[in-house]
Write a protein that binds this ligand. Structure first.
Ligand SMILES: *[C@@H]1O[C@H](CO)[C@@H](O)[C@H](O)[C@H]1NC(C)=O
Ligand SMILES: *[C@@H]1O[C@H](CO)[C@@H](O)[C@H](O)[C@H]1NC(C)=O
Ligand SMILES: *[C@@H]1O[C@H](CO)[C@@H](O)[C@H](O)[C@H]1NC(C)=O
Length: 486
């Protein structure tokens, strides 16, 4: 500053020698100390902010207590937490893009949704008031689900803003991909996603016990979203992350993976397929069913081939042998649940082989479209090996019928394109929003998430999957819900 003043300061500063040496030393020492203190304070504030910043990668979050898993909190580059903060990577939402004109043109004759969309109303029935009206979900009821939720998601601003309140880390990159899935829904249907406030758990097993919330005097069930449910639970099923890709197992986003499995299924015609049942997977997932399945590994006795998927070996060989598209070589493909539902169901059905489903206990959103002997063959857990053998022998005695069952299973998956997945999400959120008796607002402890912040947090490998699964605004409206079954 002094340099520009014609007299005074400038001249004096040029001749520091006039100060007594001791005073000069004291001044510069104080200056140096102050600088060190300022840097230390800034650094500790930065560290403090880092240590408090929760991210979708699980920074500073404990694994869910109801499903502990090894969780390396140091895994992501810690500075990403601040670098990717929403105030840096989320631009304020632009004025809402108008739905394309084509929507209006087609609005009069929308596609009919698959029949399993009717399950949305059944899933939400516990929160419909006796008079059939909405308003059954209070803010307090949503919050009562917090003890079993890994995050709370709030969508506001007419589908333009999404906030997450993170409670626990999710295994692998589930949290990142699940939030991405909602952001893509908002992108696909600009202005149509309703304001919602919901609790979500990203772990496998349903938690809201139906009997504990049924009957006179029982507390109302908290609405809790997760990837699956059962007949004995009130958890609300919602599409799982794998539709947007599963980077840890190299499973591509669903559109690509389905296309590649279907192409693979064309390589071996039905008559040329091995006339036995095939399963390949990981039996070591705390699943008694899969362990029992190992005992059926005998092509002569049980007509079944049970192979162990070793992910460590696969990683070494560059995932060449785990390609789903090269697993359509058998006429019958076995589906066995793991720790809960398994994302493998859709890949198994895609092969066009007759799918042998071992008594599924869990349901995901689309598995309610399964019809025994129509698009799959049911296998019993009791006398399982015999049941598999009987199914294979029936199929080999009725090859045309067995082939048709396989083809119908594949068609069910063909119809489960990403447009259907987004339509399911949209209808589910719309029906859920109609039951809220309050106006959703992001809680103070939440943070905004947007495509920019999610991409910023992702590593290169994850980013490839996220980018490949990005949605584009729909050119037509969503499918129309099947009529209410009362
Ligand atoms: C209307 O829908 C049909 C069938 O879904 C589609 O083929 C057509 O391209 C749509 N029209 C417009 C203008 O988007
Ligand atoms: C639900 O709770 C009841 C009573 O507490 C119990 O008997 C039942 O096993 C539970 N069901 C599930 C699926 O956990
Ligand atoms: C099943 O049997 C086949 C052929 O005997 C064998 O190669 C395979 O390793 C067995 N699978 C398991 C999981 O042990």
């Amino acid at each position: 500053m002094g340099g520009y003043t014609p007299e005074g300061g400038g001249g004096r500063a040029a001749r520091p020698g006039r100060y007594p040496p001791l005073a000069s030393l004291v001044v510069s020492t104080i200056a140096a100390f102050s600088a060190v203190i300022v840097i230390a304070v800034l650094h500790s504030a930065y560290d403090d902010a880092l240590s408090r910043t929760r991210t979708l990668l699980g920074h500073n979050l404990e694994p869910t207590p109801w499903h502990p898993f090894p969780h390396d909190k140091g895994r992501p580059p810690p500075h990403a937490a601040l670098r990717c903060a929403s105030y840096l990577s989320c631009l304020p939402p632009l004025s809402q893009p108008k739905p394309a004109a084509a929507v209006a043109a087609n609005a009069s004759r929308p596609r009919r949704c698959p029949s399993y969309f009717a399950a949305i109303r059944r899933d939400l029935a516990p929160w419909r008031r006796r008079d059939g009206g909405g308003g059954g979900i209070t803010r307090a009821l949503v919050e009562s689900g917090r003890h079993r939720a890994s995050m709370r998601v709030t969508i506001t601003g007419g589908g333009t803003r999404l906030h997450v309140d993170l409670y626990y880390a999710c295994v692998q990159s589930r949290a990142l991909f699940t939030v991405w899935s909602l952001l893509q829904l908002m992108r696909r249907y600009p202005g149509r996603v309703p304001d919602v406030d919901l609790m979500l758990d990203c772990m496998d097993r349903p938690a809201i016990n139906r009997t504990e919330h049924t009957g006179e005097g029982a507390p109302p069930p908290p609405p809790l979203f997760r990837y699956c449910t059962t007949r004995d639970h009130f958890d609300i099923p919602f599409p799982d992350w794998s539709f947007w890709g599963w980077p840890e197992t190299h499973i591509e986003p669903w559109t690509r993976e389905f296309r590649s499995v279907k192409q693979g299924s064309r390589r071996v015609r039905w008559p040329d397929r091995v006339p036995t049942a095939y399963w390949k997977g990981n039996p070591d997932v705390a699943s008694p069913l899969r362990l029992a399945l190992l005992a059926c590994n005998d092509t002569n006795l049980w007509r079944a081939e049970i192979m162990r998927q070793n992910w460590e070996e696969e990683a070494k060989s560059g995932y060449q042998n785990s390609k789903l598209s090269s697993q359509c070589t058998h006429r019958y493909k076995i589906y066995a649940e793991g720790f809960a539902w398994s994302v493998s169901l859709k890949y198994i059905l895609s092969c066009g082989s007759m799918a042998l489903l071992i008594d599924p206990l869990y349901q995901d959103f689309f598995s309610r479209g399964l019809e025994p002997r129509v698009n799959h063959w049911p296998v019993s857990t009791v006398g399982m090996c015999e049941s598999i053998r009987d199914a294979v022998e029936w199929g080999n005695a009725h090859p045309e019928e067995a082939e048709r069952v396989g083809k119908r299973g594949q068609r069910l998956m063909q119809e489960l394109g990403m447009d259907t997945v987004y339509d399911y999400m949209l209808h589910l959120l719309t029906e859920y929003a109609a039951l809220l008796d309050f106006r959703p607002a992001p809680p103070h402890s939440s943070q905004e998430a947007c495509a920019g912040s999610v991409l910023c947090l992702a590593d290169d490998h994850q980013r490839r999957f996220l980018e490949a699964s990005a949605a584009y605004p729909a050119t037509a409206g969503p499918c129309s819900m099947p009529p209410s079954d009362g």
